[in-house]
Design a protein around this ligand. Structure first.
Ligand code: PMP
Length: 438
């Protein structure tokens, strides 16, 4: 039994001064129970907690640590930047280079503005879309997460084109009224909504591949990919498409995964949002897209958006060093680590007789504890979360740190070597047996 006394003490202290003891809800282990390990150090694919336990990490800070923790090039870039000053609140060269790198890599992005979180990115993209169209309504999909923006917290009502109630207390009814939540992948519902209210809709926002209800890849219907369908439907009505790539960006991106090719960009998203990987672990988000839309931003345009720490030199150094490390060889390593791990998990769960389905988008994947494929939030909710919880705790006890929720993607990094994967493989049979013990 691993000792958790120091983490338990820290958690008790934290609960006195931080709501629920955490600064972001999933970290509290609320749905799986138990004490979250308080982490003190991380290197490569390994984490260390305050009690001296070591874990193989499959969370990767929820995405940014794509090159592994404390990657030498990234740390060195941050160290060098720190020596030159921590924040200027004025233009600095790194933000130009980072924006150029994103524009070079992501075709639909002609201009980019840096912010400090994914939430800020989606909030700002939405403001631009509303200003550009002069319309208020935004369409989102049940099970997609776009940060804690008031207008985007609305959850699914059942049925088609349901007007959402506030998904969080503290969101005004007026805000919720401007958000329509539809079931993911339901092109008929999208078409019906646009037929009825197309002239009111500013934008559809979607995750390039939903990964916040577990991974749900967008499926083609009648030969047309769902993202393309959304783009064409929005554009036909004078609305915009916002592709939220905060999670998928540089792991399962629109360019690489959804076939926006050089020849036909006509259905590319108008605006895109980023975070996580482009900050290399420092607080960064970004939104970008068509130059005419981005030109609406102040000071040239009428849409106000700003940030004291935006374009911070440490953050741009970390982001740039991370993108520099993401070459073809890195993607090869990521792809191999991801598929090997999927196979190991599938084998262990199959051997133990645990119903499961593994779904992927690029190098992202998640494991649903149910037999049938998951295409909607309703499907995702219909999994055996109790089996996941038993599995999760057995993995943690065996030294593997999974996302503490059945509704999250698992993240590998280029530091997930064969040796690291072997360590996971050694724990999986017992965890699969624990999951089976209903
Ligand atoms: N959009 C997506 C798709 C996300 O996955 C997240 C965070 N997981 C966000 C937006 C919000 O990003 P942040 O937590 O940095 O505000």
């Amino acid at each position: 039994m691993t000792s958790t006394t120091t983490s338990a003490d820290l958690f008790a202290r934290a609960q006195q001064v931080i709501p629920s003891g955490v600064n972001s809800p999933v970290r509290a282990f609320g749905s799986v129970g138990g004490t979250p390990p308080f982490l003190t150090e991380a290197k490569g694919a390994l984490l260390h907690d305050a009690d001296g336990n070591e874990y193989v990490d499959l969370v990767g800070s929820w995405g940014p640590m794509i090159l592994g923790h404390a990657n030498e090039q990234v740390v060195e870039a941050v160290r060098a930047a720190a020596g030159r000053g921590l924040s200027f609140g004025a233009p600095q060269p790194g933000e130009v280079t980072l924006a150029e790198e994103v524009v070079r890599r992501i075709g639909p992005v002609e201009q980019l503005r840096l912010v400090n979180s994914g939430t800020e990115a989606t909030m700002s993209a939405l403001r631009v879309a509303r200003a550009a169209t002069g319309r208020d309504v935004v369409v989102k999909f049940a099970g997609c997460y776009h940060g804690h923006v008031d207008a985007l917290l609305a959850e699914a009502g059942s049925g088609v084109a349901t007007f959402a109630m506030p998904g969080s207390a503290g969101v005004t009814a007026a805000t919720a009224r401007d958000t329509v939540v539809l079931p993911y992948g339901d092109s008929e519902a999208v078409a019906a909504l646009f037929a009825e209210r197309g002239g009111e809709i500013a934008a559809i926002i979607t995750e390039a591949a939903p990964a916040n209800m577990g991974v749900v890849p967008p499926l083609a219907q009648d030969g047309v990919g769902f993202n393309r369908f959304l783009s064409e439907t929005a554009h036909a009505a004078g609305a915009l498409l916002i592709s939220d790539e905060v999670l998928t960006g540089f792991r399962a991106s629109a360019e690489g995964h959804y076939g926006i090719d050089g020849a036909d960009r006509s259905w590319a998203p108008d605006l895109m949002t980023f975070g996580k990987v482009i900050g290399g672990g420092l607080p960064v988000g970004a939104f970008g897209g068509r130059a005419d839309l981005m030109g609406l931003l102040a000071p040239a345009g009428p849409v106000y958006q700003a940030g004291t720490l935006s374009g911070n030199p440490l953050a741009t150094a970390a982001g740039l060093a991370t993108l520099e490390g993401l070459d073809a060889a890195a993607y090869d390593t990521l792809g191999r680590a991801s598929s090997t791990l999927q196979q190991l998990v599938a084998d262990a769960l199959t051997t133990a007789g645990v119903p499961h389905v593994i779904q992927t988008a690029g190098t992202l994947f998640s494991v649903f504890f149910r037999e049938q494929p998951v295409t909607t939030y309703e499907d995702a909710k219909a999994q055996d979360t109790a089996a996941f919880t038993r599995f999760f705790h057995a993995m943690l006890e065996g030294g593997v740190y999974l996302p503490p929720s059945a509704f999250e993607a698992w993240f590998v990094s280029t530091a997930h070597s064969d040796e690291v994967l072997d360590r996971i493989a050694a724990v999986l049979p017992a965890a699969a047996k624990a999951a089976a013990r209903g």
